[in-house]
Design a binder for this molecule. Structure first.
Ligand code: BG6
Length: 426
């Protein structure tokens, strides 16, 4: 980009123009150049110096908006960046993941570590590693790690952190290293304290996440963890090369599917969120791997809309929570694809229990189940997707639902009260 005072000299047989270097000149890509000053401009042909008339398009952006690329909030911008950040995650240098997979294989015990959103990412990792690698790795919230974990030199502690600066997670890693454990982390910020302190770091490459509320960084970490679980499963011969390739193909379809949902379902989610934004108490229900999705989606609702939302495994309902269900309680249920037969059936059973007690249920489910009005109070139908990526699609819905609820309630979306992007103090 040329700056004021740059000299532009065209030397050549076909044209020769020297632009007054006291002005700020920009070369346009159609053989013209513009001379700009604070309150005027002129466009000229490079060839013959004649002035060229140009239509004016006034962009009503202030500088802050222009940084948001026209989006009203960074949160929405970052939700819409997810197709790209997922592609970035899938393009990661495989060696980085192979080294981490090797560490899991060598460790006698392992833990996933995170806090807030990244604890729910760690919980997602627990399910996906169990499913794809038959490796049970407990997630521990960083703030509880020192009182709960048994760490020794044969332990691997694998942390997730967008900022790489969260005090509790750094403390847990330092403690682990003091016990001789191996440490690894997925982080989004190159050069962060965590990236520099662990034995192995995976830089997820999601780009700057400005909004205090984490969206694209969390989803991208889940994709990296899914890939890592697939690699570990292949190495442990738990899944075949064919299954690995099928799963990889499913992950590669994810960016386009999310783009389609952002384009075609956002309007509906906006309307539903606006219609029910005054609902005071939400239960977020998911079974199996949809449980961490429910937890993270509920956290989004609390963080950005300041609305009470409790994530819970569907099976918990009958053990007490059911007593609370009445027409004052709203539930959002993340329904798996029908091919996940047991999960699907047990999720429907949870919904029936709520509806039988006049509870409101917003069902998020997939097309092949068809319209099912008597089961849901409201329903959002998603396109058929491969089961592996269905939970990740459901998370995007949860992000959008929280975002539009917050805008309906006129919340300070990018800087919610009482929150910080990363808590760097104890
Ligand atoms: C909390 C933020 O302080 O830290 C959450 O409010 C975030 O949004 C959590 O998920 C963990 O941060 P990080 O940077 O370690 O992923």
């Amino acid at each position: 980009m040329l700056g004021i005072g740059d000299e532009i000299k065209f030397v050549g047989s076909d044209f020769n123009a020297f632009i007054d270097h006291t002005k700020n000149a920009v070369i346009l890509d159609d053989g013209e150049y513009a001379i700009l000053s604070r309150d005027s401009y002129v466009v000229k042909s490079i060839l013959n110096e004649e002035e060229v008339a140009k239509p004016i398009t006034k962009i009503e952006w202030d500088s802050e908006t222009s940084k948001k690329g026209g989006y009203p909030h960074y949160m929405l911008k970052e939700i819409y960046e997810q197709p790209q950040t997922i592609s970035n995650a899938l393009d990661l240098e495989p060696s980085g993941l192979d080294d981490v997979v090797e560490m899991f294989e060598k460790a006698e015990s392992s833990y996933f570590l995170g806090v807030g959103t990244t604890f729910y990412v760690a919980k997602y990792a627990q399910y996906i590693f169990s499913e794809l690698a038959q490796k049970y790795i407990p997630p521990i919230s960083s703030d509880e790690f020192l009182t709960l974990a048994n760490v020794n030199k044969k332990t691997l502690v694998f942390a997730m952190s967008q900022s790489g600066e969260t005090f509790d997670t750094l403390s847990a890693l330092k403690y682990s290293q003091s016990k001789g454990a191996k440490t690894a982390a997925i982080v989004n910020v190159m050069g962060s304290s965590m990236a520099r302190m662990v034995d192995e770091v995976v830089l997820q490459g999601s780009g700057p996440e400005i909004c205090v509320i984490s969206t694209k960084a969390a989803l991208s970490q889940m994709v990296v963890l899914t890939l890592s679980a697939m690699k570990l499963g292949l190495k442990r011969k738990v899944i075949s090369k064919k299954t690995y390739q099928e799963n990889l193909q499913s992950l590669k379809e994810l960016p386009a599917i999310i783009q389609g949902i952002l384009n075609e379902r956002s309007g509906f989610i906006h309307r539903i969120a606006n219609k029910y934004c005054k609902n005071k108490n939400w239960l977020y229900l998911g079974r199996g791997i949809y449980y961490p999705i429910a937890l993270e989606a509920a956290l989004k609702m609390k963080e950005v809309a300041y609305v009470h939302a409790e994530g819970m495994p569907g099976g918990f309902l009958k053990h007490g929570t059911l007593a609370m269900i009445d027409d004052e309680i709203s539930s959002i249920v993340f329904v798996p694809p029908k091919e996940k037969k047991d999960l699907y059936q047990s999720t429907l059973h949870s919904i029936e229990e709520i509806r039988a007690r006049s509870g409101f249920v917003l069902g998020i489910h997939f097309t092949e189940q068809g319209k099912n009005q008597d089961l849901f109070s409201e329903e959002l139908i998603l396109p058929n997707v491969p089961p592996l990526i269905a939970p990740l699609i459901q998370l995007v819905i949860g992000q959008l639902f929280a975002y539009f609820t917050a805008t309906s309630l006129k919340r300070n979306v990018d800087k919610p009260r009482s929150l910080a992007k990363s808590v760097t103090v104890g």
